[in-house]
Design a protein around this ligand. Structure first.
Ligand code: SF4
Length: 320
């Protein structure tokens, strides 16, 4: 049986706002197997980025557990976490331009995390490792002295990937890593991430709002809605055997590159439920065409409907 690298148990991240408590991540439970990719999808504001940042400990969890190789990193002090696990768990950001210091050259940017995390390395060793990283991610040696503003988005994202990989992580949270890039460059970066995963046995959480991108890279897909995990299944099942009405609506929005293909788009009506102090009900009920009284009064739990396919919907049996 495959080994879980990450086990998330009842994870909550709430933010206090003037209007009440915002339930950004609410009771999320899921596992991520070693060497696999879990694609996390949902509309903006569904909590997927907050989930990724909480796994990275960029946000302190409100409650719940994040087991990394069996150790709970959610309850650790930040000092302990940084000392033991910061290098193991890395993040690739959506906008590499915003996360790169514009005054540093490509080589300096890649040397920076290596030098900080390896204080015993000599300057020559740091430089050599940075050059190896550049080669690994396909950045030509002639770009060593270039600055981020002189590069296109794809090359800037390669710097972000090189910086993340330079610490030899096992788990990488990829937060919309290709959404700011042109389609042709998106494919190059996705291929690079897949090649690196194969070579290094990396485990990814791939966060995106783009279902056609997630299809290419994921082994499993987790669909989030208003802070909650509502469906998780093997990637090939979600594209043919989706169960949750919200997942069906998300999938119906993917464009098909065939002018003769007939596809009915499911347009969602109704108001979005507020994630501030939400009441105990299905959070999709106000927009769901199948909602019953039970849906407005009782929160559905995540149930395994097929092996490895979990759904949070009172009427899941009807949609199978
Ligand atoms: Fe729709 Fe009810 Fe299922 Fe929620 S629980 S998705 S409202 S049918």
């Amino acid at each position: 049986m495959a080994e879980n690298l990450i086990e998330i148990k009842n994870l909550k991240k709430y933010f206090q706002t003037p209007k009440g408590q915002l339930h950004a991540v609410d009771n999320v439970t899921m596992n991520i197997e070693k060497g696999k990719t879990v694609g996390v999808v949902g509309e903006s504001g569904c909590g997927k980025s907050t989930l990724g940042k909480t796994l990275m400990r960029l946000h302190t969890p409100t409650s719940g557990e994040i087991l990394y190789k069996g150790t709970d990193i959610a309850s650790m002090s930040m000092r302990q976490f940084k000392k033991k696990y910061r290098a193991d768990i890395q993040m690739i950001f959506q906008d590499p331009y915003a996360s790169l210091d514009p005054r540093m050259s490509v080589l300096q940017l890649i040397k920076e995390p290596i030098a900080i995390n390896n204080p015993k390395m000599s300057k020559a060793e740091v430089e050599q490792k940075a050059q190896e990283m550049m080669e690994l991610v396909g950045l030509a040696k002639r770009l060593e002295s270039s600055y981020p503003h002189e590069l296109d988005g794809g090359r800037r994202q390669r710097i972000g990937i090189a910086r993340a990989l330079s610490l030899n992580p096992e788990f990488i949270v990829c937060d919309e890593p290709v959404s700011a890039l042109d389609v042709s460059i998106q494919a190059q970066i996705l291929n690079l991430l897949q090649d690196l995963q194969e070579e290094r046995g990396l485990t990814y959480m791939f966060i995106t709002h783009d279902m056609s991108v997630v299809k290419h890279i994921s082994d499993d897909i987790a669909v989030m809605y208003l802070g909650q995990l509502i469906e998780k299944c093997p990637a090939n099942e979600i594209f043919k055997d989706t169960i949750h009405p919200y997942s069906q609506a998300l999938l119906s929005a993917i464009p098909i590159p065939d002018i003769h293909a007939k596809k009915e788009r499911m347009i969602l009506k109704g108001e979005l439920t507020s994630p501030i102090n939400p009441k105990k009900c299905c959070r999709f009920a106000a927009r769901c065409p199948y909602a019953t009284e039970q849906c407005f009064n009782e929160e559905p739990t995540l149930r395994e409907m097929r092996p490895g396919h979990k759904v949070a919907c009172h009427l899941a049996e009807q949609f199978m």
